[in-house]
Design a protein around this ligand. Structure first.
Ligand SMILES: C[S@@+](CC[C@H](N)C(=O)[O-])C[C@H]1O[C@@H](n2cnc3c(N)ncnc32)[C@H](O)[C@@H]1O
Length: 451
Protein backbone atom coordinates (compact mmCIF):
# COMPACT_ATOMS: atom_id res chain seq x y z
CA UNK A 1 0.00 0.00 0.00
CA UNK A 2 1.29 3.44 -0.86
CA UNK A 3 1.31 5.57 2.26
CA UNK A 4 3.20 8.66 3.29
CA UNK A 5 6.96 8.58 2.91
CA UNK A 6 8.52 5.86 5.03
CA UNK A 7 5.40 4.99 7.02
CA UNK A 8 4.48 1.37 6.52
CA UNK A 9 1.07 -0.11 7.29
CA UNK A 10 2.50 -2.28 10.09
CA UNK A 11 4.07 0.77 11.72
CA UNK A 12 0.79 2.63 11.70
CA UNK A 13 -1.02 -0.30 13.31
CA UNK A 14 1.73 -0.77 15.92
CA UNK A 15 1.58 2.96 16.75
CA UNK A 16 -2.18 2.76 17.23
CA UNK A 17 -1.90 -0.37 19.39
CA UNK A 18 0.68 1.38 21.55
CA UNK A 19 -1.61 4.40 22.03
CA UNK A 20 -4.50 2.11 22.97
CA UNK A 21 -2.33 0.44 25.56
CA UNK A 22 -0.26 3.27 26.98
CA UNK A 23 -2.71 6.19 26.80
CA UNK A 24 -5.82 4.05 27.22
CA UNK A 25 -7.37 5.53 24.06
CA UNK A 26 -10.17 3.73 22.24
CA UNK A 27 -9.15 2.08 18.94
CA UNK A 28 -11.06 4.78 17.09
CA UNK A 29 -9.31 7.69 18.79
CA UNK A 30 -5.89 6.05 18.58
CA UNK A 31 -6.31 5.65 14.83
CA UNK A 32 -7.59 9.21 14.46
CA UNK A 33 -4.35 10.42 16.06
CA UNK A 34 -2.04 8.15 14.12
CA UNK A 35 -3.65 8.92 10.77
CA UNK A 36 -3.10 12.66 11.27
CA UNK A 37 0.45 12.07 10.08
CA UNK A 38 -0.45 9.71 7.26
CA UNK A 39 -1.09 10.88 3.71
CA UNK A 40 -1.03 9.25 0.31
CA UNK A 41 -3.28 7.76 -2.31
CA UNK A 42 -4.30 4.73 -0.21
CA UNK A 43 -4.95 6.61 3.04
CA UNK A 44 -8.69 5.87 3.36
CA UNK A 45 -8.30 2.25 2.37
CA UNK A 46 -5.42 1.88 4.84
CA UNK A 47 -7.43 3.49 7.60
CA UNK A 48 -10.31 1.03 7.21
CA UNK A 49 -7.91 -1.89 7.19
CA UNK A 50 -5.90 -0.52 10.13
CA UNK A 51 -9.12 -0.21 12.11
CA UNK A 52 -9.94 -3.86 11.39
CA UNK A 53 -6.43 -4.88 12.46
CA UNK A 54 -6.45 -2.94 15.74
CA UNK A 55 -9.97 -4.10 16.58
CA UNK A 56 -9.26 -7.77 15.83
CA UNK A 57 -5.85 -7.79 17.53
CA UNK A 58 -7.39 -6.32 20.68
CA UNK A 59 -10.24 -8.82 20.45
CA UNK A 60 -7.93 -11.83 20.06
CA UNK A 61 -5.08 -10.57 22.19
CA UNK A 62 -5.15 -13.38 24.78
CA UNK A 63 -4.95 -15.99 22.03
CA UNK A 64 -2.26 -14.07 20.15
CA UNK A 65 -0.21 -13.64 23.33
CA UNK A 66 -0.68 -17.32 24.14
CA UNK A 67 0.99 -18.18 20.82
CA UNK A 68 3.84 -15.71 21.36
CA UNK A 69 4.37 -16.76 25.00
CA UNK A 70 4.46 -20.41 23.98
CA UNK A 71 7.36 -19.82 21.61
CA UNK A 72 9.11 -17.38 23.96
CA UNK A 73 9.39 -20.26 26.45
CA UNK A 74 9.94 -18.77 29.87
CA UNK A 75 9.73 -15.02 29.30
CA UNK A 76 6.48 -13.27 28.41
CA UNK A 77 5.37 -10.93 25.67
CA UNK A 78 4.70 -8.26 28.35
CA UNK A 79 8.39 -8.37 29.31
CA UNK A 80 9.42 -7.25 25.80
CA UNK A 81 9.66 -3.66 24.66
CA UNK A 82 5.94 -2.71 24.25
CA UNK A 83 6.39 -1.57 20.63
CA UNK A 84 8.25 -4.74 19.71
CA UNK A 85 5.52 -6.78 21.43
CA UNK A 86 2.90 -5.06 19.28
CA UNK A 87 4.85 -5.77 16.10
CA UNK A 88 4.97 -9.45 17.11
CA UNK A 89 1.23 -9.38 17.75
CA UNK A 90 0.66 -7.97 14.26
CA UNK A 91 2.88 -10.65 12.70
CA UNK A 92 1.15 -13.44 14.67
CA UNK A 93 -2.27 -12.07 13.77
CA UNK A 94 -1.40 -11.99 10.09
CA UNK A 95 -0.07 -15.55 10.03
CA UNK A 96 -2.62 -17.30 12.25
CA UNK A 97 -5.77 -15.23 11.76
CA UNK A 98 -5.50 -13.59 8.34
CA UNK A 99 -3.54 -16.37 6.69
CA UNK A 100 -1.06 -13.93 5.17
CA UNK A 101 1.88 -15.91 3.71
CA UNK A 102 4.38 -16.16 6.62
CA UNK A 103 7.32 -14.85 4.58
CA UNK A 104 5.40 -11.67 3.74
CA UNK A 105 4.11 -11.18 7.30
CA UNK A 106 7.61 -11.69 8.73
CA UNK A 107 9.31 -9.46 6.20
CA UNK A 108 6.89 -6.57 6.85
CA UNK A 109 7.59 -6.45 10.56
CA UNK A 110 11.31 -7.15 10.28
CA UNK A 111 11.63 -4.02 8.14
CA UNK A 112 10.07 -1.94 10.94
CA UNK A 113 12.24 -3.61 13.61
CA UNK A 114 15.39 -2.81 11.60
CA UNK A 115 14.34 0.79 11.29
CA UNK A 116 13.15 1.38 14.85
CA UNK A 117 15.52 -0.94 16.74
CA UNK A 118 18.68 -2.66 15.54
CA UNK A 119 19.98 -5.62 13.60
CA UNK A 120 20.30 -7.96 16.61
CA UNK A 121 16.66 -7.35 17.58
CA UNK A 122 15.67 -8.01 13.94
CA UNK A 123 17.45 -11.37 14.13
CA UNK A 124 15.65 -12.21 17.37
CA UNK A 125 12.25 -11.30 15.90
CA UNK A 126 12.99 -13.24 12.73
CA UNK A 127 13.71 -16.40 14.73
CA UNK A 128 10.58 -15.89 16.83
CA UNK A 129 8.43 -15.40 13.74
CA UNK A 130 9.64 -18.72 12.34
CA UNK A 131 8.63 -20.48 15.57
CA UNK A 132 5.30 -18.64 15.58
CA UNK A 133 4.65 -19.80 12.01
CA UNK A 134 5.28 -23.44 12.96
CA UNK A 135 3.33 -23.32 16.22
CA UNK A 136 0.36 -25.71 16.26
CA UNK A 137 -2.35 -23.68 18.02
CA UNK A 138 -5.05 -26.38 17.98
CA UNK A 139 -2.76 -28.96 19.55
CA UNK A 140 -1.61 -26.56 22.26
CA UNK A 141 -5.20 -25.55 23.04
CA UNK A 142 -6.24 -29.21 23.30
CA UNK A 143 -3.50 -29.81 25.84
CA UNK A 144 -4.48 -26.69 27.75
CA UNK A 145 -8.12 -27.80 27.87
CA UNK A 146 -7.11 -31.03 29.58
CA UNK A 147 -4.95 -29.18 32.07
CA UNK A 148 -6.99 -26.08 32.97
CA UNK A 149 -10.46 -25.60 31.51
CA UNK A 150 -10.89 -21.99 32.74
CA UNK A 151 -7.58 -20.96 31.24
CA UNK A 152 -8.57 -22.74 28.03
CA UNK A 153 -11.84 -20.76 27.84
CA UNK A 154 -9.93 -17.57 28.54
CA UNK A 155 -7.49 -18.23 25.66
CA UNK A 156 -9.91 -19.90 23.24
CA UNK A 157 -12.40 -17.00 23.47
CA UNK A 158 -9.79 -14.39 24.36
CA UNK A 159 -11.22 -12.96 27.59
CA UNK A 160 -9.51 -12.11 30.89
CA UNK A 161 -9.42 -15.10 33.23
CA UNK A 162 -11.21 -13.18 35.98
CA UNK A 163 -14.09 -12.45 33.58
CA UNK A 164 -14.45 -16.12 32.63
CA UNK A 165 -14.56 -17.14 36.29
CA UNK A 166 -16.99 -14.35 37.07
CA UNK A 167 -19.33 -15.19 34.18
CA UNK A 168 -19.42 -18.89 35.15
CA UNK A 169 -20.25 -18.00 38.71
CA UNK A 170 -23.07 -15.66 37.65
CA UNK A 171 -24.55 -17.63 34.76
CA UNK A 172 -23.29 -21.22 34.95
CA UNK A 173 -20.85 -22.81 32.53
CA UNK A 174 -23.01 -23.21 29.40
CA UNK A 175 -24.49 -19.74 29.48
CA UNK A 176 -21.13 -18.18 30.29
CA UNK A 177 -19.76 -19.76 27.11
CA UNK A 178 -22.67 -18.27 25.17
CA UNK A 179 -21.77 -14.86 26.60
CA UNK A 180 -18.11 -15.26 25.57
CA UNK A 181 -19.16 -16.29 22.07
CA UNK A 182 -21.55 -13.39 21.83
CA UNK A 183 -18.92 -10.88 22.96
CA UNK A 184 -16.82 -11.98 19.98
CA UNK A 185 -19.58 -11.48 17.38
CA UNK A 186 -19.80 -8.30 15.30
CA UNK A 187 -21.26 -5.30 17.06
CA UNK A 188 -25.00 -4.69 16.69
CA UNK A 189 -25.89 -1.08 15.88
CA UNK A 190 -28.83 0.86 17.23
CA UNK A 191 -29.92 4.35 16.25
CA UNK A 192 -31.88 6.75 18.42
CA UNK A 193 -34.15 9.34 16.82
CA UNK A 194 -33.30 12.83 18.06
CA UNK A 195 -36.80 13.87 19.10
CA UNK A 196 -35.77 17.54 18.94
CA UNK A 197 -35.52 17.17 15.15
CA UNK A 198 -37.59 14.18 14.06
CA UNK A 199 -39.65 11.21 15.25
CA UNK A 200 -38.96 7.51 15.16
CA UNK A 201 -41.41 6.69 12.31
CA UNK A 202 -39.98 9.38 10.03
CA UNK A 203 -36.49 8.14 10.87
CA UNK A 204 -37.45 4.58 10.04
CA UNK A 205 -38.91 5.65 6.66
CA UNK A 206 -35.84 7.75 5.88
CA UNK A 207 -33.47 4.90 6.71
CA UNK A 208 -35.54 2.46 4.63
CA UNK A 209 -35.39 4.85 1.64
CA UNK A 210 -31.63 4.91 2.05
CA UNK A 211 -31.19 1.16 2.09
CA UNK A 212 -31.01 0.70 5.88
CA UNK A 213 -33.43 -1.94 7.17
CA UNK A 214 -34.40 -1.50 10.81
CA UNK A 215 -36.69 -2.99 13.45
CA UNK A 216 -38.49 -1.38 16.38
CA UNK A 217 -37.09 -2.14 19.84
CA UNK A 218 -38.47 -2.10 23.41
CA UNK A 219 -37.04 1.44 23.71
CA UNK A 220 -39.57 3.68 21.92
CA UNK A 221 -37.18 6.08 20.15
CA UNK A 222 -34.55 3.45 19.26
CA UNK A 223 -34.29 1.32 16.11
CA UNK A 224 -32.20 -1.79 15.61
CA UNK A 225 -30.16 -1.76 12.39
CA UNK A 226 -30.71 -5.09 10.61
CA UNK A 227 -28.71 -4.42 7.46
CA UNK A 228 -27.55 -1.53 5.34
CA UNK A 229 -26.12 -0.60 1.96
CA UNK A 230 -24.42 2.57 3.17
CA UNK A 231 -23.07 2.96 6.73
CA UNK A 232 -25.54 5.14 8.64
CA UNK A 233 -22.83 7.64 9.57
CA UNK A 234 -22.58 8.64 5.88
CA UNK A 235 -26.23 9.61 5.63
CA UNK A 236 -27.34 13.26 5.62
CA UNK A 237 -29.68 12.86 8.56
CA UNK A 238 -26.78 11.67 10.67
CA UNK A 239 -24.72 14.70 9.65
CA UNK A 240 -27.71 16.92 10.44
CA UNK A 241 -28.09 15.42 13.93
CA UNK A 242 -31.49 13.87 13.32
CA UNK A 243 -30.33 10.61 14.85
CA UNK A 244 -27.43 9.29 16.88
CA UNK A 245 -25.88 5.87 17.28
CA UNK A 246 -26.55 4.67 20.81
CA UNK A 247 -26.61 1.24 22.37
CA UNK A 248 -30.07 -0.10 23.22
CA UNK A 249 -29.55 -0.53 26.97
CA UNK A 250 -27.77 2.80 27.28
CA UNK A 251 -30.76 4.49 25.62
CA UNK A 252 -33.11 2.95 28.17
CA UNK A 253 -31.62 4.97 31.06
CA UNK A 254 -33.22 8.31 30.17
CA UNK A 255 -36.63 6.63 29.83
CA UNK A 256 -36.27 5.03 33.25
CA UNK A 257 -35.34 8.41 34.74
CA UNK A 258 -38.13 10.14 32.76
CA UNK A 259 -37.02 13.77 33.22
CA UNK A 260 -39.76 16.29 32.51
CA UNK A 261 -39.63 19.63 30.68
CA UNK A 262 -38.68 22.38 33.14
CA UNK A 263 -36.91 20.15 35.67
CA UNK A 264 -33.32 20.58 36.93
CA UNK A 265 -31.24 17.53 36.13
CA UNK A 266 -27.65 16.67 37.07
CA UNK A 267 -25.51 14.22 35.11
CA UNK A 268 -22.53 13.33 37.29
CA UNK A 269 -20.45 11.49 34.66
CA UNK A 270 -21.78 12.89 31.43
CA UNK A 271 -19.25 12.54 28.61
CA UNK A 272 -19.46 11.66 25.77
CA UNK A 273 -23.02 12.71 26.40
CA UNK A 274 -25.40 10.06 25.08
CA UNK A 275 -27.61 10.07 28.15
CA UNK A 276 -27.44 13.85 28.70
CA UNK A 277 -28.50 14.44 25.08
CA UNK A 278 -31.28 11.92 25.37
CA UNK A 279 -32.55 13.53 28.58
CA UNK A 280 -32.43 16.96 26.90
CA UNK A 281 -34.61 15.66 24.08
CA UNK A 282 -37.14 14.12 26.50
CA UNK A 283 -37.20 17.49 28.30
CA UNK A 284 -37.88 19.22 24.95
CA UNK A 285 -34.93 21.53 25.63
CA UNK A 286 -36.74 23.02 28.63
CA UNK A 287 -35.40 23.21 32.17
CA UNK A 288 -31.69 22.68 32.80
CA UNK A 289 -29.21 19.84 32.72
CA UNK A 290 -25.87 20.32 34.45
CA UNK A 291 -23.46 17.89 32.81
CA UNK A 292 -20.35 17.17 34.86
CA UNK A 293 -17.31 15.22 33.72
CA UNK A 294 -13.73 14.83 34.84
CA UNK A 295 -12.37 14.76 31.30
CA UNK A 296 -12.02 18.15 29.64
CA UNK A 297 -11.38 16.66 26.19
CA UNK A 298 -14.51 14.59 26.36
CA UNK A 299 -16.55 17.61 27.48
CA UNK A 300 -15.26 19.60 24.51
CA UNK A 301 -16.41 16.86 22.17
CA UNK A 302 -19.81 17.05 23.87
CA UNK A 303 -20.00 20.75 23.10
CA UNK A 304 -19.58 20.11 19.37
CA UNK A 305 -22.18 17.38 19.36
CA UNK A 306 -24.70 19.54 21.25
CA UNK A 307 -24.62 22.14 18.48
CA UNK A 308 -25.31 19.47 15.90
CA UNK A 309 -28.20 17.97 17.87
CA UNK A 310 -29.83 21.36 18.59
CA UNK A 311 -29.50 20.99 22.38
CA UNK A 312 -29.85 24.25 24.29
CA UNK A 313 -30.53 23.40 27.93
CA UNK A 314 -27.22 21.76 28.93
CA UNK A 315 -24.51 23.45 30.99
CA UNK A 316 -21.14 21.69 30.79
CA UNK A 317 -19.05 21.62 33.97
CA UNK A 318 -15.50 20.33 34.24
CA UNK A 319 -15.45 18.91 37.77
CA UNK A 320 -15.12 15.83 39.92
CA UNK A 321 -18.44 14.04 40.23
CA UNK A 322 -17.39 12.77 43.66
CA UNK A 323 -17.52 16.25 45.16
CA UNK A 324 -19.34 18.62 42.74
CA UNK A 325 -22.03 20.72 44.41
CA UNK A 326 -24.31 23.31 42.88
CA UNK A 327 -26.09 26.19 44.60
CA UNK A 328 -29.46 24.48 44.25
CA UNK A 329 -30.45 20.84 44.56
CA UNK A 330 -31.68 18.80 41.61
CA UNK A 331 -35.00 17.14 40.76
CA UNK A 332 -33.29 14.25 38.99
CA UNK A 333 -29.80 12.80 38.64
CA UNK A 334 -28.18 10.51 36.08
CA UNK A 335 -25.23 8.62 37.54
CA UNK A 336 -23.81 6.54 34.71
CA UNK A 337 -20.70 5.72 36.63
CA UNK A 338 -17.18 5.12 35.34
CA UNK A 339 -16.77 1.32 35.62
CA UNK A 340 -14.82 -1.72 34.51
CA UNK A 341 -16.72 -1.57 31.17
CA UNK A 342 -16.98 -5.35 31.36
CA UNK A 343 -20.33 -5.21 29.55
CA UNK A 344 -18.88 -3.60 26.43
CA UNK A 345 -16.35 -6.18 25.22
CA UNK A 346 -18.14 -6.66 21.91
CA UNK A 347 -18.00 -2.94 21.18
CA UNK A 348 -14.62 -2.07 22.73
CA UNK A 349 -12.45 -5.21 22.93
CA UNK A 350 -9.48 -3.16 24.16
CA UNK A 351 -11.11 -2.62 27.57
CA UNK A 352 -10.80 -6.36 28.27
CA UNK A 353 -7.14 -5.88 29.08
CA UNK A 354 -7.37 -2.65 31.09
CA UNK A 355 -8.71 -3.73 34.45
CA UNK A 356 -7.32 -5.89 37.19
CA UNK A 357 -8.83 -6.46 40.63
CA UNK A 358 -6.91 -3.55 42.15
CA UNK A 359 -8.10 -1.09 39.53
CA UNK A 360 -11.64 -2.35 39.88
CA UNK A 361 -11.50 -1.81 43.65
CA UNK A 362 -10.41 1.80 43.03
CA UNK A 363 -13.23 2.41 40.59
CA UNK A 364 -15.79 0.94 43.02
CA UNK A 365 -14.64 3.45 45.57
CA UNK A 366 -15.19 6.28 43.03
CA UNK A 367 -18.66 4.88 42.26
CA UNK A 368 -19.55 4.90 45.96
CA UNK A 369 -18.29 8.45 46.44
CA UNK A 370 -20.42 9.49 43.48
CA UNK A 371 -23.47 7.76 44.95
CA UNK A 372 -22.97 9.63 48.21
CA UNK A 373 -22.55 12.87 46.30
CA UNK A 374 -25.66 12.19 44.23
CA UNK A 375 -27.60 11.92 47.50
CA UNK A 376 -26.21 15.31 48.60
CA UNK A 377 -27.25 16.92 45.32
CA UNK A 378 -30.79 15.51 45.16
CA UNK A 379 -33.76 17.41 46.57
CA UNK A 380 -36.01 15.50 48.99
CA UNK A 381 -38.18 13.20 46.91
CA UNK A 382 -35.83 13.62 43.93
CA UNK A 383 -35.09 10.58 41.76
CA UNK A 384 -31.98 9.22 40.11
CA UNK A 385 -30.74 6.37 37.97
CA UNK A 386 -27.56 4.51 38.79
CA UNK A 387 -26.21 2.64 35.78
CA UNK A 388 -23.04 0.91 34.64
CA UNK A 389 -21.91 -1.06 31.62
CA UNK A 390 -20.41 -3.64 33.97
CA UNK A 391 -21.49 -7.23 34.57
CA UNK A 392 -20.01 -7.24 38.08
CA UNK A 393 -22.21 -7.47 41.17
CA UNK A 394 -19.74 -5.39 43.20
CA UNK A 395 -20.20 -2.46 40.76
CA UNK A 396 -23.96 -3.01 40.41
CA UNK A 397 -26.22 -4.64 43.02
CA UNK A 398 -23.68 -4.27 45.86
CA UNK A 399 -23.43 -0.56 45.13
CA UNK A 400 -27.21 -0.28 45.22
CA UNK A 401 -27.12 -1.91 48.65
CA UNK A 402 -24.41 0.58 49.63
CA UNK A 403 -26.62 3.44 48.39
CA UNK A 404 -29.52 2.16 50.48
CA UNK A 405 -27.63 1.24 53.65
CA UNK A 406 -24.88 3.85 53.71
CA UNK A 407 -25.90 6.77 51.51
CA UNK A 408 -29.57 7.06 52.51
CA UNK A 409 -31.21 6.40 49.12
CA UNK A 410 -34.28 4.20 48.51
CA UNK A 411 -34.72 1.77 45.64
CA UNK A 412 -37.73 2.61 43.44
CA UNK A 413 -39.67 -0.50 42.33
CA UNK A 414 -39.71 0.42 38.61
CA UNK A 415 -41.74 -1.62 36.13
CA UNK A 416 -38.99 -2.42 33.58
CA UNK A 417 -40.59 -3.27 30.25
CA UNK A 418 -37.77 -5.53 29.04
CA UNK A 419 -34.41 -7.04 30.05
CA UNK A 420 -33.75 -9.25 33.06
CA UNK A 421 -33.72 -8.73 36.79
CA UNK A 422 -30.45 -8.89 38.75
CA UNK A 423 -28.89 -10.55 41.79
CA UNK A 424 -28.86 -10.40 45.59
CA UNK A 425 -31.80 -9.12 47.63
CA UNK A 426 -32.32 -6.09 45.35
CA UNK A 427 -32.37 -8.34 42.24
CA UNK A 428 -36.11 -8.13 41.58
CA UNK A 429 -36.04 -4.30 41.47
CA UNK A 430 -33.10 -3.70 39.11
CA UNK A 431 -32.51 -4.04 35.38
CA UNK A 432 -29.90 -6.09 33.63
CA UNK A 433 -29.28 -6.57 29.91
CA UNK A 434 -26.85 -9.19 28.58
CA UNK A 435 -25.02 -9.17 25.28
CA UNK A 436 -25.94 -12.80 24.52
CA UNK A 437 -29.59 -12.47 25.59
CA UNK A 438 -30.50 -8.97 24.44
CA UNK A 439 -28.05 -8.31 21.59
CA UNK A 440 -26.66 -5.12 23.16
CA UNK A 441 -24.06 -4.18 25.77
CA UNK A 442 -24.37 -6.00 29.09
CA UNK A 443 -25.82 -3.28 31.28
CA UNK A 444 -27.21 -2.45 34.72
CA UNK A 445 -29.82 0.13 35.80
CA UNK A 446 -31.37 0.88 39.18
CA UNK A 447 -33.79 3.69 39.89
CA UNK A 448 -33.47 5.33 43.29
CA UNK A 449 -35.05 8.12 45.31
CA UNK A 450 -34.11 10.41 48.16
CA UNK A 451 -36.87 9.68 50.69
C1 LIG B 1 -19.49 5.46 31.52
S1 LIG B 1 -18.76 6.96 31.03
C2 LIG B 1 -20.17 7.99 30.93
C3 LIG B 1 -20.94 7.85 29.65
C4 LIG B 1 -21.99 8.91 29.48
N1 LIG B 1 -22.89 8.96 30.60
C5 LIG B 1 -22.78 8.69 28.22
O1 LIG B 1 -23.89 8.17 28.26
O2 LIG B 1 -22.28 9.05 27.15
C6 LIG B 1 -18.01 7.50 32.47
C7 LIG B 1 -17.49 8.91 32.44
O3 LIG B 1 -17.07 9.23 33.77
C8 LIG B 1 -16.05 10.17 33.67
N2 LIG B 1 -15.40 10.20 34.99
C9 LIG B 1 -14.50 9.36 35.53
N3 LIG B 1 -14.18 9.73 36.79
C10 LIG B 1 -14.93 10.83 37.05
C11 LIG B 1 -15.06 11.69 38.17
N4 LIG B 1 -14.38 11.47 39.30
N5 LIG B 1 -15.89 12.74 38.07
C12 LIG B 1 -16.60 12.98 36.93
N6 LIG B 1 -16.52 12.20 35.84
C13 LIG B 1 -15.69 11.13 35.91
C14 LIG B 1 -15.21 9.70 32.52
O4 LIG B 1 -14.45 10.78 31.97
C15 LIG B 1 -16.29 9.20 31.56
O5 LIG B 1 -16.61 10.21 30.65
Amino acid sequence: MELFYRVSFQEVVADALSLVEERELSSKHALERVFKRVAGRDRDKARGLAHAYVFEIEKWRAKIDFIINSVLKGSKVEDLDPYLANLLRIGTFEIHFRKVPPAIATDSIIRVVKERFDFSRAKFVNALMHSIEKFDVDKALKKLKERDRIEWLSIRFSHPRWYVEYAIELLGYDEAVRLLLSNNRPQRYYVRANLLKTDVDSLRDYLEENGVRTARTPVPDVLKVLDYKTPVTRLNWYREGKFVIQDLASAYVAHVLAPEPGERVLDLAAAPGSKTFHAAALMENRGEIVAVDYSYDRLMRMREKMKLLGIKNVKLVHADGQSFKDREKFDKIILDAPCSSSGTYRQFPEVKWRFNEEKIKRIISVQRNMLRNAYENLRDGGEMTYSTCSVRIDEDEENVLFAINRAGLELVPYDFSWGDRGFLEVGEKVFRAWTHRHDCNSFFIAKMRKG
